[in-house]
Every structure is written in C-alpha cells, then in structure tokens.
Design a protein around this ligand. Structure first.
Ligand code: FAD
Ligand code: SF4
Length: 527
C-alpha cells in the first residue's frame, strides 16, 4: 500500500478528519478539501478493483483515471498533505471505497469523514448507505461546487416545467452568468448561431494535429499494470497510443492549444465528420473537465477571453459555451432529478442485443466502422459520431438501452454515468420518451452523407433506398417511423416525416419493412 507517512501525526486529542477523494474529484478546489488541515487530516484515495472490473472500461480510460489520480495524490503530498493511497496492484486494496473507509476508521482515531457528493447514482448511494461501525463519528457530505448550476438552482428552474428544454435552460444560464450578454440581451442579437454551424468540411481543409502528451514514468507504470491485468480488454493501449493529459498543468496546455488552434473553426465544423480524422476542431477536453483537472468555469472563460481578444468568432464561442454552460449542466440536472427511475424507462420498447461489431468494428457500414475504430484507438469519438452514427444506428435498430448504455459508459475516456446516461438514454435513444430531447435524433443515410466523406469508402450507396446496395440507414429510418407510429406520430416535430411516409405506396412500405427486418435479423450478436 502506498502511504506517504507511516507516522500519523494528529493534533490535540488525536482527532482526525478523513477526507475522501473519488476518481472524478481530482480538483484542489473540491469541497471535500475545503479547510483541510495538512497536519491533522488524512486524504483517502482508492483505485477500486470494483470500478476497474465491473464495467469493461476502455484501457486508455483506466490508464487516464489511475494516472491522473496518482499525479493528484503526489501534488497533494507536495503541499504537505497526508494521503492514504490504495493502488489497484496492491492485493490488500479493498474492492470498493466504502470498504476502504471501514478499514481506515477501524485503524485510526477518525472522528469525522468529509466527502463531496458523487455525481453518479451508484457511488452516491454507496456513500449515503455507508454506516461506520463507530457511533462517535460524523459524516459530512458536501455539494460538488464545480458545476455552474447547483442542484438546488436546477430544481428551482425545473419547478412547474413538464417539458424542460435545453434552449430555455441555456438562456437562463446566460442571464445568470452574464456570459455573452450585453445590457440583458444576447451578444450579437441572437442566442444561438447553429444555422452557421452545420457545414461540411471541404476536402482541401487542413486540421491541426491533436496535442499529444507523452506518457511519463507514472503513466508508463499504469499502462504496464493495465496491460497485465486486462490483456484482452477493449481499447488500444500501446504506450505510443496514449496521448491524454494526466495532470492539471497538461490539461491547461490542452485547453490553451484548443482555444488558439481549434476554437475559431469549432462552430462552423462542429457537426462535420471526416474519415481518418476523428478530432477535427473539437476540444477533447471532456475527460479533463469530468475528472476535475479543469473546471467548467476555467474552460468557458478561456473561450470568452479568446472571443474578447478577437481571436475567435461569435458563432464558434457561443456554440462552444452552449455545450458546457448549456448541455453539460442540463443533462446533469435532469439526471440528478430523475434517477433512478429515469434509467428504467424504455419508451420505444427496444430490446435487441448490441451487435458484436460495436466491440470489434467489423462491419461493412463504413460510417459505423470509422466511429468504432476511432473509439478503439482513442477512447474518443466526437459528439456527432456518438449521436448520429453509433447512436442513430442503435435507435433505428431498436437496440436495448441497457446494452447501449453499458457500451457508451465503457468505451469513452470521458464517460461517467451522470453524463453518459442522459446523453445515451435520452438524447440518442429517446428511451425517456422526450424528457431530454423534443424528438428522436433519427436520420437516414442522407444526413451522414451530407456531413461526412464516409460514404465514399462504403459498399453501400447513400442514395439508394432499397436493394442490396441501399444504405441500411435509409430503410431502417422509415422502418423506425413505421414501427413507432403510435408513440411518435403526435409529436409535432415528427409531423413532416409522417406526412412523407403517408405518401408512400403500400408495396413500397412493405418492401421497406421486409428489407429492414431481414437486415436486423442478420445482425451479429453474441450467442
Ligand atoms: P467538444 O465538442 O469540444 O465540446 C466541448 C465540451 O462541451 C465537451 O468537452 C463537454 O464537456 C461539453 N459537452 C458537449 N456536449 C455535451 C453533452 N451533450 N453533454 C454533456 N457535455 C457536453 N459527454 C461526456 O462528457 N461523457 C459521456 O459519457 C458522454 N456520452 C455521450 C453519449 C452519447 C450517446 C452522446 C450523443 C453524447 C455523449 N457525450 C458525453 C456528450 C459529448 O458527445 C461529449 O461531451 C463530447 O463529444 C466530448 O468531446 P469534446 O471534449 O471534444 O467536446
Ligand atoms: Fe454509412 Fe450508409 Fe454512408 Fe455507408 S452509405 S457510410 S452505411 S451512411
């Protein structure tokens, strides 16, 4: 067990405060560390085998989490703070953080445990359910102050709203923060510049290379550990393939590189996709924000400074701000208010098992292959790949929400249930019946063809609607509308596609369902 100081110096009556830091709480400003007394208090950090083993996390994600935890522990120690660090490779490490708490409380004269409320349901439940053996011990669970909208403020905003919408919440947050506001009005006269942000990337455009951080000694040790422990697990993990920042300093460099190099084009090409180029002008900052290496405020302020310095246009900065000030806070608020019932909804009665190609990339649909390959190589795919390629396919094919959610939670470096679940369950799969999104994000092959160059290398023809060469997204799209007419036809935003469907001849509709069903029957799944 790594423990910085075998000699436990405590103050006064040997009182000791134990401060728990979970994997995604790696911020010096986290509420659990507020008021810490470096001489008397002990910080507990656990690389829990349960966390690593229960979900088949991408191996780069595991390395990122563990290396960032180890670096964070070192930075606390360099301030003179005592840290009890329980590493995954120590057979004595307890399987979960409640067990680790039990162990320290049984060993040390702890009188108080301080923790920050976990964001995801399961660790929050575990923490609230934890009961120490000793009655003289107090537990304080503090709110996580790193979000831009507190839980209480979000529930006040939700009060009386039966159909919350991101756009309304976002306006509220712009007013609250004053970001991109002028005399109470949105800067530039509009709240949203999405109409300028849906361009396909011209084939001659160049894209800046991803900023890559060479693994240091700590990261190399964790890579070796994860390779040993999970030799066949999903996700590439040669040392050369690991490029993530693992410290706050490195994460700041990544933020600076983003605002200097990519932010100016972020808005315009936000929805674009290009084969062999998975990052385009996206920030790749979500893993760092979610772990706590950067705060949402720091990231938004860096973008706003770039705008004020005339280095990035309004459509880019507004588009970026909306993702963090809007979407990120919104999905967290919905998740916190509606769990655990939210995860059990299955509005479209989707039950089909996840096809094996989600894990292997072995499919002749080039767009899916491309998105899954990037996921395997980088533990990353950008939002449109997640939503309109792998998510859209899962929606149209009626894949089981639980299967799809486990996949998204496992494969992305930024995936934690509080943010993954609402995005997958609500936005991509419409399993919540429209609580998060006003309509399903269902699209035919025409969308993918318009926004990417994937179709050029595909065996299917995005313009063909039926027949062996037809793009499967085309007949799956209409089949989806046919199959879910009862649930969707009264949604005003679905009126247009249903009118188009109603103009189709009956033999054509039958041919669509026949081809879709035959395709779905052929999907490879685990026995
Ligand atoms: P950028 O495109 O550069 O966006 C900037 C930042 O905005 C991101 O870093 C992120 O912090 C925030 N953001 C953007 N969109 C969202 C959103 N919809 N919800 C929350 N934050 C957002 N994001 C996660 O952080 N974790 C997840 O597990 C996750 N799972 C997703 C699953 C599905 C099915 C979908 C459709 C989206 C998911 N997202 C998730 C949201 C989004 O796709 C990622 O935040 C984004 O792709 C991360 O890459 P980036 O940092 O380059 O983002
Ligand atoms: Fe995807 Fe269809 Fe294009 Fe092939 S033709 S890449 S399946 S959208």
């Amino acid at each position: 067990m790594i423990s910085d100081s075998p000699e436990r110096t405590t103050t006064g009556e040997n009182a000791q405060t134990l401060r728990l830091i979970l994997t995604d709480q790696l911020s010096r400003s986290i509420s659990a560390l507020d008021g810490i007394d470096a001489r008397a208090d002990l910080v507990l950090m656990v690389e829990s085998p349960d966390d690593a083993g229960h979900i088949p996390h991408h191996r780069q994600k595991l390395v990122l989490m563990l290396s960032a935890m180890r670096h964070f522990a070192s930075s606390l120690r360099s301030e003179g703070i005592r840290v009890e660090y329980m590493p995954l490779d120590d057979p004595q490490t307890p399987t979960s953080f409640p067990e680790a708490l039990d162990r320290i409380v049984a060993r040390d004269p702890v009188t108080q445990v301080i923790a920050t409320e976990p964001q995801s349901w399961q660790p929050a439940e575990q923490l609230h359910a934890w009961r120490p053996q000793r009655s003289d011990l107090s537990i304080e669970i503090r709110e996580d102050g790193r979000f831009l909208c507190s839980r209480e403020r979000f529930s006040r905003w939700m009060d009386g709203r039966s159909t919350p919408r991101l756009e309304h919440f976002y306006h509220h947050m712009r007013r609250e923060t004053g970001w991109l506001m002028e005399d109470g009005h949105p800067e530039g006269g509009r709240w949203n510049y999405d109409v300028q942000n849906r361009k396909r990337l011209p084939s001659e455009s160049s894209v800046p290379a991803r900023v890559a951080f060479r693994p240091d000694k700590v990261t190399l040790e964790v890579i070796a550990l994860i390779r040993r422990r999970f030799p066949t697990r999903f996700g590439e993990l040669a040392p050369a393939s690991f490029a993530w920042a693992v410290t706050r300093e490195q994460a700041f460099l990544a933020l600076q590189e983003f605002v200097d190099q990519r932010l100016p084009s972020f808005g315009t090409y936000q929805d674009a996709m290009r084969a062999g180029n998975p990052f385009l002008f996206h920030s790749l900052l979500s893993p760092y924000i979610n772990l706590g290496l950067l705060t949402p405020t720091e990231v938004c302020e860096a973008a706003l400074t770039t705008y004020r310095d005339d280095q990035a246009p309004l459509n880019a900065v507004e588009g970026f701000l909306r993702q963090i000030l809007g979407w990120r806070e919104y999905v967290r608020g919905i998740y916190q208010l509606s769990m655990p019932a939210y995860a059990r909804t299955n509005f479209l009665d989707a039950t089909r098992p996840l096809p094996t190609f989600y894990w292997t990339g072995d499919t002749d649909l080039a767009c899916l292959r491309e998105a899954i390959q990037s996921t395997t190589q980088n533990a990353y795919a950008h939002h449109i790949q997640r939503l309109m390629v792998t998510g859209n396919f899962a929606l149209l094919a009626g894949l089981s929400p639980a299967d799809v959610e486990e996949w998204y939670l496992a494969v992305y470096a930024d995936a934690y249930e509080w943010v993954e679940l609402p995005n997958t369950h609500g936005m991509a799969l419409f399993a919540d019946g429209g609580m998060l999104a006003s309509k399903p994000y269902a699209a035919s092959g025409a969308y993918i063809h318009r926004m990417s160059d994937f179709c050029r290398s595909c065996v299917y023809d995005p313009k063909a609607k039926l027949g062996v060469n037809a793009c499967p997204f085309n007949y799956l799209y209409w089949n989806f509308l046919i199959a879910h007419r009862t649930q969707l036809q009264h949604n005003p935003r679905m009126a247009l596609p249903y009118r188009t469907l109603d103009r189709m001849s009956s033999p054509y509709v039958h041919a669509v369902t026949d081809e879709a069903e035959a395709f779905l029957r052929r999907l490879p799944t685990d026995p």
